[in-house]
Write a protein that binds this ligand. Structure first.
Ligand code: SAH
Ligand code: SF4
Length: 344
């Protein structure tokens, strides 16, 4: 069976044309079906009442189900779950989505990393996080999408590649490429593939340390794709990139680290996103003191770098992402037996 939601719009139209022809259905049906994939999504083909019943039944595709309010924990069936977080800010609504369930890369500060790798998401499951939100309430359609939920998007390239097309294509979700950000630790071969795409998707590179030695302590992937090569790849990216830097008390938040970071960021003209450590991911690490974070930010600015210190408390995009499922699991564990009994 072909899952139309897993295909980029042009490929979906081709597959549909063949499917309709094989069933002896008129070709114009494709024009009725394609808009119900992304533009006016149908929860099930039974809802697409402009289509004949026989056709509707034949189209039934896998759907995600939902749980939660501004944060969404989507069940994949079989007890598996992924998360997305919707962050309204001014006129923007930024949705932080997941590309994998869990993550194999084990960065020491990250809750998703602690889970380990469970599975790759399909393109339909990745973009489904936006689609299901629109089914819940069309006015929730995000203006911006960031791949900062669970997983490393560039280790699930084929699905992410298609998902980017669906997010951006006018017959897909129609979100401008500049409003879609891929966050990665820098998986070099696939970073090159992303760079080759003609659309201006934005890139956020998770740096977190100003030297290779220090980065290796925080991010095991440094052994495979080292800082010098990652910096070289960023120079070739030809688009303004964002460097992400989680501030960890005593580990990477000294003013000398800010100086070294400035030396990396300046030649790239990169924006530096400073993220307070969300303690959920790392019981043995401490967030930087507020005063130190402010001093670090000031130092970067004094060195001519555009830097933004994000808010804490899970309110901000990057800090909130990747932590939801772990928080929910922890809360579930806190429920006492007598409370279970009362619920039942
Ligand atoms: N795997 C990709 C994308 C998902 S993580 C990546 O690492 O870039 C998205 C962002 O959340 C990354 O910048 C990551 O460093 C950050 N992050 C992970 N754990 C965090 C924590 N405990 N506190 C604050 N930010 C965290
Ligand atoms: Fe994976 Fe990103 Fe978390 Fe590292 S920070 S473990 S790459 S999700």
């Amino acid at each position: 069976m072909i899952d139309l939601l897993s295909l980029a719009p042009d490929a979906a139209r081709d597959a549909l044309a063949q499917w309709l022809a094989a069933r002896g259905e008129p070709a114009y049906r494709a024009k009725q079906i394609v808009p119900r994939l992304w533009q006016r999504p149908a929860a099930s083909w039974d809802d697409a009442s402009d289509l004949p019943t026989g056709l509707r039944r034949g189209l039934a595709a896998r759907q995600l189900s939902r749980d939660g309010t501004e944060k969404y924990l989507w069940s994949l069936g079989g007890g598996e779950a992924i998360e997305s977080v919707l962050i309204p800010e001014w006129r923007r609504r930024t949705l932080c989505i997941s590309s994998q369930e869990g993550c194999a890369l084990g960065c020491v500060f990250c809750a998703t990393g602690r889970m380990g790798f469970r599975q790759n998401l399909s393109a339909a499951e990745i973009t489904g996080q936006v689609r299901e939100l629109m089914l819940l309430d069309p006015s929730l359609k995000p203006t911006n999408v960031v791949f900062m939920g669970m997983g490393e998007p560039l280790l699930n390239w084929d699905a992410v590649d298609t998902a980017l097309t669906i997010l951006n294509h006018p017959d897909g979700l129609g979100i401008g490429a500049r409003h879609v950000t891929v966050s990665t630790v820098g998986i070099l071969p696939n970073l090159a593939r992303l760079a080759r795409r003609p659309e201006q998707f934005r890139l956020a590179l998770s740096l977190h340390a100003p030297t290779a030695e220090r980065r290796r302590e925080l991010m095991p992937i440094e052994k495979k794709y080292g800082l010098p090569d990652v910096m070289k790849a960023l120079q070739q990216f030809r688009r303004r990139v964002t460097l992400e830097y989680v501030l960890i008390g005593g580990k990477n938040d000294a003013l000398e680290d800010a100086d070294r970071l400035a030396k990396l960021a300046r030649p790239l003209g990169a924006l530096v996103n400073l993220l307070p450590l969300h303690p959920g991911g790392a019981p043995d690490l401490t967030p930087s003191a507020r005063a130190q974070m402010l001093a670090f930010e000031r130092r970067l600015k004094a060195r001519g770098v555009v830097a933004v210190l994000r808010r804490s408390r899970g309110l901000d995009i990057s800090a909130a992402c990747g932590q939801l499922r772990v928080e929910l699991e922890a809360r579930r564990r806190e429920v006492r037996p007598e409370e279970h009994a009362r619920v039942e």
